[in-house]
Design a protein around this ligand. Structure first.
Ligand code: PNW
Length: 461
């Protein structure tokens, strides 16, 4: 299927995962600097240097140009923009992103900026982070500054990346910064992140150019298995964000199933109107599916232990059918198809776009003779990633043919990078990064994607 000219092919990254330069030009520490420097990541890896993209952004944008993408999704680090609590805007930080945006535009690439991709300033972390309602207003103030400074040039804005991770993985469980493991205490952070989404959207709308698009990126859980278990996990993981953001309410059922573990008294009058802001598109990060079943344990009392699925202690997660990626995530392109179709059925007024999709592989850099010139060249033969992407683009095509208004697709990621708690041990890039030399080598998947973009033909399997 040939894509229309306005379909957006892109790749994505995030500030803490690629920039490095952790102590430069006035940047303050974020909760991820603290988390990674205190033994919570594999090998003690940190984002101090990462792929050094703070210094190498021109080289990275040259790669994007060579790839031929229509758009690049990056995130802005609040610690560079607002490095002190209540202090002035750091112009050096603003200037960096302004240069990135100009360089993209010069290369003919539309900037897509994520306002919040997890690097909360530590000074806000010290005041309770997302447990503190005020954090939503502080992040929105910074969004307002970015809208004012870049709003004339950025095409698409994403308020928050993956509220599920920001709340459940970080406050319900211990996987991500700050890793508090409070189980049902995460519901309060869910609400504050929802508020942040609405406040950021509102702040941006007042600043950015009229034709800019404002969206949110959700990583919705696609589960299979018993209908009751699927319904409950959908409620806890998905509708807790979708319904307030897109409909202006929390489903009543949520209050019933969290009886005894959460009283929702942190939802104040007027909050749902703040959360339910008009947005132009819904962004989706899709990687994998889960398999759930009712365990037979009683529904109540629900557990108050650390969990990334509070309110689901009567549900079991079963091993999924393979194949699996290096993350242990199963490969299930039909999950993407099902998700797109379901969202279009339930929330038909929102155009959808895929803001991340990709795969971690145990990539190996090889040196070999170039078949044409005979010269020694570096290469990465990541056939599994090419297969993964082909199958997911095919699923997206099928969804579009079934009537889903899909407007774009960003591959995660342009570069191998700091994969959060997994440090540098997991490579998601279509470009290989040698972390000793910072040399970039386009993988076979990069070359495959370049051909796909040039033809604008989505695969038909
Ligand atoms: C996303 N999970 O994170 C993020 O947006 C990226 O920054 C990240 O590098 C990418 O996916 C790959 O992991 C996720 O546990 C982290 O389900 C964890 C989960 C999902 C997405």
């Amino acid at each position: 299927m040939k894509c229309s000219d306005d379909f957006v092919f892109g790749t994505a990254t995030a500030s803490y995962q690629i920039e490095g330069a952790a102590n430069e030009d006035g940047r303050c520490p974020s909760i991820w600097d603290t988390f990674s420097h205190t033994g919570h990541t594999v090998n003690g890896d940190t984002g101090d240097v990462a792929t050094d993209s703070y210094h190498r952004y021109k080289e990275d944008i040259a790669l994007l140009k060579d790839l031929g993408v229509d758009s690049y999704r990056f995130s802005i680090a609040m610690p560079r923009i607002m490095p002190t609590d209540g202090g002035p805007v750091n112009e050096k930080g603003v200037d960096f992103y302004s240069r990135v945006v100009d360089e993209l535009l010069e290369a003919g690439i539309k900037p897509c900026a994520t306002v919040y991709h997890w690097d909360l300033p530590q000074y806000l972390g010290d005041k309770g982070g997302w447990q503190n309602r005020d954090t939503a207003w502080r992040v929105a103030d910074y969004a307002c500054v970015m809208g004012e400074r870049l709003g004339d040039r950025v095409d698409t804005w994403i308020t928050v990346n993956e509220p599920w991770c920001v709340s459940y993985l970080s406050y319900g469980g211990t996987e991500q910064a700050p890793g508090l493991g409070g189980g049902p205490a995460a519901f309060e952070t869910v609400h504050h992140v929802n508020l942040a989404h609405g406040l950021i959207a509102q702040a941006l709308r007042g600043e950015v150019k009229d034709d800019a698009k404002i969206a949110v990126t959700l990583n919705l859980q696609v589960n299979r298995g018993d209908a009751d278990a699927v319904h409950r996990t959908d409620l806890i993981a998905n509708r807790v964000f979708l319904d307030p953001m897109l409909r202006g309410y929390y489903p009543n059922e949520l209050f019933a199933v969290t009886k005894g573990i959460c009283d929702w008294d942190f939802v104040k009058d007027g909050d749902l109107d703040l959360i339910h802001q008009p947005i132009d598109m819904l962004g989706l990060n899709y990687y994998s599916t889960g398999l759930v079943t009712m365990s037979g344990r009683p529904q109540f009392p629900q557990s108050t232990e650390a969990s990334v699925f509070p309110g689901c202690s009567d549900i079991d997660w079963l091993p999924t059918e393979g194949p699996h990626t290096e993350m242990g995530w199963n490969i299930d392109p039909n999950g993407l198809y099902d998700l797109l179709v379901r969202l279009h059925d339930d929330y038909p007024e929102y155009p959808l776009f895929i803001t991340e999709n990709g795969m971690a592989c145990p990539d190996r850099l090889v040196e070999e003779a170039d078949p044409e010139t005979g010269a020694s060249v570096k290469a990465v033969h990541d056939a599994d990633r090419v297969d993964y992407l082909t199958r997911h683009f095919d699923a997206a095509r099928r969804a579009m043919e079934a009537g889903v208004p899909l407007t774009g697709y960003y591959v995660w990621s342009l570069l191998d990078n700091f994969e959060w708690a997994f440090g540098y041990t997991k490579r998601f890039g279509i470009t290989y990064v040698d972390y000793e030399t910072q040399e970039r080598t386009p993988k076979d998947s990069f070359k495959w994607y370049r051909r796909l973009i040039a033809s604008r033909e989505l695969p038909v399997l």
